[in-house]
Each structure stands twice: as structure tokens, then as C-alpha cells.
Design a protein around this ligand. Structure first.
Ligand SMILES: [Zn+2]
Length: 87
């Protein structure tokens, strides 16, 4: 008997923001509210990302350096080098 194995999974077909720009920008320029809202959503994501990066940059110098691996800041699950677990 031949056993046929089929791998079942999901395929992510979510378009990238970059691929949507050529579609969204002209629609928004024509007054399409949905397209404008999508561009606003993108802008919020970018603004949040930039704010998070700035916060990380501002906090990093104040965080202690791990004595085992030299990474600045606490390890959420212990040091990957494993000598100490308090990070
Ligand atoms: Zn470490």
C-alpha cells in the first residue's frame, strides 16, 4: 500500500504594505476613504515603530551589561550563554 502524505498548512497571502502603495495612493488621492484609512494605519504603524526604536535607543545606555555575554539589558529567559539566569 502506498502511503500518500500530504502536508497541510496555511499559505500567507497577506500583501506587503510596499506592494499596496501603488494601489492605495491613487485611490486616496481620488478621495477613497478606505484607501486613506489604510494609509493612516500604515503611518500609525511606522510612527509607533519609530517611537519604540527611540525608546530602546534612549534606555539602552542605562541598562546593565550582562557579565556573561556582554549584551546590554536584561534577558527575558536568562542568558543564552547559560552561566547565570538572572540576566
Ligand atoms: Zn547574557
Amino acid at each position: 500500500m502506498i502511503e500518500q502524505k500530504t502536508k497541510i498548512g496555511t499559505i500567507d497571502i497577506t500583501p506587503t504594505w510596499e506592494s499596496l502603495i501603488p494601489v492605495l495612493v491613487p485611490l486616496a488621492a481620488e478621495g477613497n476613504v478606505t484607501a486613506m484609512n489604510e494609509l493612516r494605519k500604515l503611518a500609525r504603524i511606522v510612527d509607533t515603530h519609530i517611537a519604540n526604536l527611540k525608546a530602546l535607543r534612549d534606555e539602552a545606555p542605562k541598562a546593565p551589561v550582562c557579565p556573561d555575554c556582554g549584551v546590554r539589558g536584561a534577558h527575558a529567559f536568562g542568558c543564552p550563554l547559560g552561566v547565570t539566569t538572572d540576566g
